[in-house]
Design a protein around this ligand. Structure first.
Ligand code: PLP
Length: 458
């Protein structure tokens, strides 16, 4: 049997149990996004129970077998996952005892509602940990555990908009799509700022755009790790550009989108610091990425002074409404609390170092094989030439954009896994280009000529 076997609340990986044909087949033309792609051919129907199901146990047995097969698929898909920034390596066996409770932190984390099955005590413990990390006093911050990094961004930009209702949102064009979604949702004026080849915000273009709009306050999204290239915007330079362009601290609001590297950066030597000692308004991070969590979640922190403008009391809750969502996942704080306690700052530091080392290993192996590849200095995202074969892309679950693919090296991405990937990629690539009788693409515009191994630049 392949896959994960249960043993006393923990999961043990059993490689023999991997199903061979679990990779979904690519449907439609290359790179085309097909709505509802093949899901209806594989969806699992919900059927009405038969009258005698309870006595025969047939339905239970059928469902158990479906779930067991699904589990095998998850094992296989976990084994071949490289493209998305998720740490898939965790063991939360100790928390299985809590699965039987409907834990909901609806309302404000700091004001208990009438619903007693909550985990606020864990939530606030986690928030305090992040407050220490980002250097803000307990009495001065407000925050909550979100459903994902996107929710943190939606909240951060909303706080900015409430502080400056006529503010213009500035975000580099390589910012995550949730930032532009926030602009659309809140009907905000938005200026897309150019980027450098690394993916960082281009502060010259930022300055030019600020100077054209000096009459309106600025709300800025700063990326602590962009989605595709893992680029870290230079927070200090962004602040300096604002100051030099005539924006005093009470005329701008900075939201730091740390979804990807917000939790890694504090542990990278020489990395610029994200701290509330600088004039920033909020920071958000995803909990299921570097930390690793079985469900999406995130953390959003802002200054308490900003939150009063945004919140209102809700009698029905006996709490305050200052979050984006209503009901809030009360399990997520437990998972975060558990990992933070187990690993601590030291544990995370070690994992960050391992990720950076492994990312360098991957970049070097790709370059040795004549494949264009780039790795930003503060990042564990290796950008490289998009594999020609969509089946291969799907097998390894690579995230692609134009001619680029990337692998985000998380703690679950080991050297062994990278070797497995390279052993498949390198010979397959030779065949793809030989069969198509074409040259590999030029990636100079995307990753810089120095990182490009096309016929012209190698
Ligand atoms: C830079 C950045 N911001 C925000 C997000 C959104 O995070 P989530 O998927 O947790 O909503 C992502 C996701 O990859 C991201 O890369």
């Amino acid at each position: 049997m392949a896959g994960l076997a249960s043993g006393k609340g923990s999961l043990i990986f059993d490689p023999a149990g991997v199903v061979a044909e679990a990779v979904p087949k690519a449907v439609g033309k290359e790179r085309e996004i097909v709505l509802g792609r093949n899901v209806h051919t594989t969806c699992l129907e919900v059927t009405e129970p038969d009258a005698d199901d309870e006595s025969t146990g047939d339905k239970e047995a059928a469902m158990a077998s479906i779930l067991a097969r699904y589990r095998k698929t998850l094992v296989e898909r976990t084994k071949h996952h490289l493209g998305y920034p998720y740490n898939l390596d965790f063991d939360y066996g100790a928390l299985t005892q809590l699965q039987h409770f409907s834990i909901n932190n609806l309302g404000d984390p700091f004001i208990e509602s009438n619903y007693g099955v909550h985990s606020r005590q864990f939530e606030v413990g986690v928030l305090d940990w992040f407050a220490r990390l980002w250097e803000i006093e307990k009495e001065e911050y407000w925050g909550y555990i979100t459903n994902c990094g996107t929710e943190g961004n939606l909240h951060g930009i909303l706080v900015g908009r409430e502080v400056f209702p006529d503010g213009i949102l500035y975000a580099s064009k390589e910012s995550h799509y949730s930032i532009f979604k926030a602009a659309r949702m809140y009907r905000m004026e938005c200026e897309k700022v150019e980027t450098l080849v690394t993916g960082e915000i281009d502060c010259e273009d930022f300055r030019a755009k600020l100077l054209l709009n000096k009459d309106k306050p600025a709300i800025i999204n700063v990326n602590i790790g962009t989605t595709v290239k893992g680029a870290v915007d230079d927070l200090d330079l962004v602040i300096k550009t604002l100051e030099d362009s005539g924006f005093p601290h009470d005329r701008f609001y900075i939201h730091c989108d740390g979804a990807l590297f917000g939790l890694m950066m504090p542990f990278v030597k020489l990395a610029p610091k994200v701290t509330f000692k600088k004039p920033i308004g909020s920071v958000s991070v995803s909990g299921h990425k570097f930390v690793g969590c079985p469900m999406p979640c995130g953390v959003q922190l802002t200054r308490l002074q900003h939150i009063n403008a945004l919140s209102s009391n809700v009698e029905y809750l006996a709490s305050r409404d200052a979050t984006i969502m209503g009901s809030r996942n009360g399990h997520a704080p437990l998972f975060l609390w558990y990992t933070l306690n187990r690993k601590g700052y030291k544990g995370f530091q070690k994992e960050v170092q391992k990720c950076l080392r492994n990312a360098h290993y991957l970049k070097d192996r790709l370059r040795d094989a004549g494949i264009s590849a780039m790795l930003n200095e503060l990042s564990s995202t290796v950008v490289f030439e998009r594999p020609r074969d969509e089946e291969f892309v799907r097998r390894w679950q690579l995230a692609c954009e134009r001619n680029m693919a990337h692998i985000v090296v998380m703690p679950s991405v080991t050297i062994e896994k990278l070797d497995d990937f390279l052993i498949e990629l390198i010979p397959a690539r030779e065949i793809w280009y030989k069969e198509a009788n074409v040259e590999p693409p030029c990636l100079a515009d995307d990753v810089g000529a120095e990182n490009c191994s096309c016929a012209l630049h190698k």
